[in-house]
Write a protein that binds this ligand. Structure first.
Ligand SMILES: Cc1ncc(C[n+]2csc(CCOP(=O)(O)OP(=O)(O)O)c2C)c(N)n1
Ligand SMILES: [Mg+2]
Length: 343
């Protein structure tokens, strides 16, 4: 069972973190683009509360929420996105390529669906080692239009890989409505390929958690699973530079989804749990306000600190870009030798 207050705090951290990132983007402080995760927080939090802390996670460009929910330190994440020393990847990877081995976040890909075969490889490694651990891969619904998704699902089914593929179905692929460019939904594709596939209300963190916990149990027993979480982006696809994109989605659709905001849903659930005891309800309401205030103060400090940090030395651009050490006995030196920086 997941503690709803803990889940709420985690979801608020992601929301407030992303709002800070967007503020920095508007001020021209973010190199490259940012893909906010606002509105989809319940998916990352619900799923990752169900994984064991040493189960690998693989993400895509909308990865800040996955990273925070995987336990990546907000300070290292903020510095990474802002391209500063002390970032989890040395400030050299940026918003779309977050990795943190200490939290078993294997990496994130900016190429749609490219993370899926990587996740299958990690799952094959776990299976080969007989570890009993699963691997969690996140993707958008657009990934199901890519060949890599079909290949991954097929190989996962054939080899019995301990892989959980979480598809965040938000109805859009960049500025294109998903239904315009697909013939089958991700769930239909997964079931069509013979995989187990559950579909869940992705704005209901408790429901996501239950579905992920059940799916992960099957994965660990060697039965790959797909979980489609239906959700919606609160902001927009991406921001590149200081100017946010204009609104591109129908107003009625946005309003319908924003009324189902995953944070408000938890606030309602926390209050509803004890609706019969008025004082307790007030207490819970105050608690949610307190959590928001605490998280906002914590993250304001994190971003002030990150913005004051240095940018990485350009000479470090070609260091630490390959594995520092190879497994015992492995020889492949020439191919991986890192060039010294050109003076
Ligand atoms: C192979 C590839 N083709 C196109 C793009 C450009 N692109 C970036 S995000 C995106 C939309 C993907 O939508 P979806 O998978 O639903 O994820 P969402 O952004 O909605 O979370 C596209 C087409 C890309 N990054 N990689
Ligand atoms: Mg999408």
């Amino acid at each position: 069972m997941m503690d709803l207050s803990d889940a709420y705090r985690e979801m608020v951290r992601i929301r407030v973190f992303e709002e800070q990132v967007l503020r920095c983007a508007a001020a021209g402080q973010v190199p490259g683009s940012v893909h906010p995760y606002t509105g989809q927080e319940a998916v990352a939090v619900g799923v990752l509360a169900a994984r064991q802390p040493d189960e690998w996670v693989v993400s895509f460009y909308r990865c800040h929420g996955h990273a925070l929910a995987a336990g990546v330190a907000a300070a290292g994440l903020a510095r990474e996105i802002l391209g500063r020393v002390g970032g989890v990847c040395g400030g050299k990877a940026g918003s779309m390529h977050i990795a943190d081995r200490s939290r078993y976040l294997l990496g994130a890909s900016s190429i749609v669906a490219a993370q899926l075969p990587i996740a299958a490889g990690a799952a094959l490694a776990e299976k080969t080692a007989g570890s009993g651990r699963a691997v969690v891969a996140f993707c958008g619904d657009g990934a199901f239009g890519a060949g890599a998704a079909y290949e991954t699902l097929t190989v996962a089914a054939v080899l019995g890989l301990p892989l959980l593929l979480v598809c965040e179905e938000n109805g859009w692929q960049d500025h294109t409505p998903s239904d315009l460019v697909r013939h089958r939904t991700p769930g239909e594709v997964a079931r069509g390929l013979g995989l187990d596939c559950d579909e869940v209300d992705g704005n209901d963190v408790a429901a996501v958690h239950r579905a992920a916990a059940a799916a992960l149990a099957h994965c660990r027993a060697g039965r790959p699973q797909v979980l489609v979480a239906h959700t919606y982006l609160r902001h927009f696809h991406a921001q590149i530079g200081p100017q946010p994109p204009g609104e591109y989605r129908p107003a009625a659709e946005r309003e319908r989804w924003l009324a189902q905001d995953p944070l408000s849903r938890v606030e309602a659930a926390l209050a509803g749990l004890s609706a019969e005891i008025h004082e307790r309800t007030v207490e819970i309401h105050e608690r949610t306000v307190e959590i928001r205030e605490q998280v906002t103060a914590e993250l304001a400090e994190v971003f002030t600190d990150a913005l004051a940090a240095d940018r990485p030395d350009p000479a470090s651009a070609v260091t630490a870009v390959t594995a520092a050490a190879w497994p015992p006995g492995a020889t492949w030196p020439e191919a991986v030798t890192v060039r010294e920086p050109v003076a």
